[in-house]
Design a protein around this ligand. Structure first.
Ligand code: SF4
Length: 471
């Protein structure tokens, strides 16, 4: 796939090789959506063929060439599709492909999903002539038709006008909520199979999303119905069916079928996963998660921070620092990327205590999920408005008699280390050395031959370190 063939009329190269390309602020011509913009969205809607015009682009508001270098702008993308087999169930999955296809464009970066999108265009690509949304629209149209032949007609609208985006933004939020609400009625026990997604493996090679009726994907944009529809119409695509297999651990949510699927799709990188625990073998995290659940050993509780939260969470770390540690396809005990919607699941971290273990949330998230918080806990879960550090959190939890307080040892020994139930393994408490490169001479001694072993981007966990002078 390159600009020489299908994309000859696009001024920059287009291909999978650009997926995963990052554009830093110094390299960027313009930013669209992202944390500096309140309103942004991407939305796919299924239409009747007569309702749309194939190949049409509509740009409402300034086009890229009218934007100031270094500026940021709101952006709404509405993709309308039609075809005999195009149905509403496919909207979310077609929508998620915007992430994949737009990242094929050289010098064009897309992050996140739904109401959270974040694009950057590089100065180099702008200089090459990529100065209009019509090029983005053309790439999307060509790729959708090439890769999802069920799409017979496609029309794309870009909205950058700060006033005109408002109506569509609100409408998009209602549509996302309706999709989520439909999936809430189904339970894991009601279905014979789960679904997986590996779309994010270009960024996180060992990441496999396991999507069940009680665990929406961690990007929050693909629920069980969406993934099922996608696996049916595009069996060679990133979504696939996972036979449930045997329920090995009802509390933690371990299924033999899910274990086999993640082993296979991560090429052995991940052996097993617990769908409903953040300890032991938690779900992997890519980088698209809407929020991070993080263990707070000092209070033996769980905090949650979303990517919109500015400043430090109660543990003193900003979202970005925790995201670096959590993402990339790793299984990190005590740190898991989750969708906001997962907090509404009846199985939400049920092995760890569920809502009884949650001690801190940003106030905006608390407001969004307020109907999911058990009434007796509503005043016991702190936000940044009540508490900004661990010491104050301890005082708050004691004052409110939060259920985690009953887990604490006597005052002087409060949670210096996680409790046994927290299931943080002894190995996880061993010294860890994070390093980018270590070079070790092996054999030969004194530079007289032998081998040199180079380890790159490693983490070393050692029970004992023995340093001896070589003879
Ligand atoms: S977060 Fe999961 S479901 Fe969402 S696109 Fe990535 S792999 Fe797919």
């Amino acid at each position: 796939m390159s600009s020489k063939g299908l994309f000859a009329d696009i001024p920059v190269d287009v291909g999978v090789v650009y997926e995963g390309e990052r554009i830093r602020s110094q390299q960027m011509f313009v930013e669209l959506g992202g944390p500096n913009e309140e309103r942004k969205f991407e939305l796919v809607q299924a239409r009747k063929p007569e309702e749309i015009e194939d190949g049409k682009f509509i740009i409402i508001g300034p086009d890229i060439k009218d934007m100031k270098e270094g500026g940021h702008y709101p952006l709404g993308i509405l993709v309308e599709v039609a075809g005999k087999e195009v149905e509403r169930d496919l909207e979310s999955v077609i929508e998620r492909r915007i992430h994949q296809y737009s990242n094929y464009i050289q010098g064009f970066m897309h992050l996140n999903q739904r109401y959270d999108i974040w694009f950057r265009l590089s100065k180099d690509s702008f200089k090459k002539g990529f100065n209009s949304f019509k090029f983005v629209g053309k790439v999307l149209q060509k790729l959708y038709k090439a890769e999802l032949p069920i799409i017979e007609k496609i029309q794309v609208t870009f909205i950058t006008d700060p006033e005109k985006i408002k109506d569509w933004y609100n409408k998009a939020l209602e549509i996302y909520e309706a999709r989520d609400a439909r999936a809430r009625k189904l339970k894991e026990a009601d279905v014979k199979e789960f679904y997986g997604c590996v779309l994010c493996q270009s960024f996180a090679p060992t990441h496999v999303c396991v999507i069940t009726p009680e665990r929406v994907s961690l990007c929050g944009s693909i629920n069980w119905f969406d993934a099922r529809a996608a696996a049916r119409v595009d069996p060679k695509g990133p979504n696939f069916m996972i036979p449930k297999g045997e329920l090995l651990d009802p509390e933690r949510g371990e299924y033999s079928g899910a274990d086999e699927a993640v082993q296979k799709k991560s090429l052995g990188g991940v052996k097993k996963i617990f769908l409903h625990s953040m300890f032991g073998h938690p779900h992997t995290s890519c980088g698209c998660f809407e929020s991070i659940a993080f263990y707070i050993p000092e209070v033996d509780g769980v905090g949650i921070v979303d990517r919109h939260y500015k400043g430090n969470a109660v543990n003193g770390l900003p979202f970005s620092a925790m995201a670096n540690e959590t993402g990339g396809g790793k299984q990190v005990e005590g740190f898991v990327g989750i969708a906001i919607e997962y907090m509404r699941s009846p199985s939400f971290f049920k092995a760890d205590g569920g809502w009884n273990r949650v001690v801190w949330l940003p106030s905006t998230v608390k407001e969004r999920v307020k109907t999911a918080i058990p009434p007796e806990l509503k005043d016991k879960v702190a936000t940044e408005k009540e508490v900004q550090n661990i010491q104050d959190l301890k005082t708050f939890l004691k004052l409110k008699a939060h259920p985690v307080v009953s887990r604490w040892p006597p005052e002087e020994a409060v949670a210096k280390v996680p409790t046994a139930e927290a299931a943080v393994t002894p190995e996880a408490m061993q010294p860890t050395v994070a390093t980018s490169t270590i070079t070790l001479p092996i054999g030969g001694g004194g530079g007289m031959g032998g081998y040199r072993l180079t380890l790159k981007n490693v983490k070393i966990v050692a029970k004992k370190l023995i340093l001896k002078k070589a003879k």
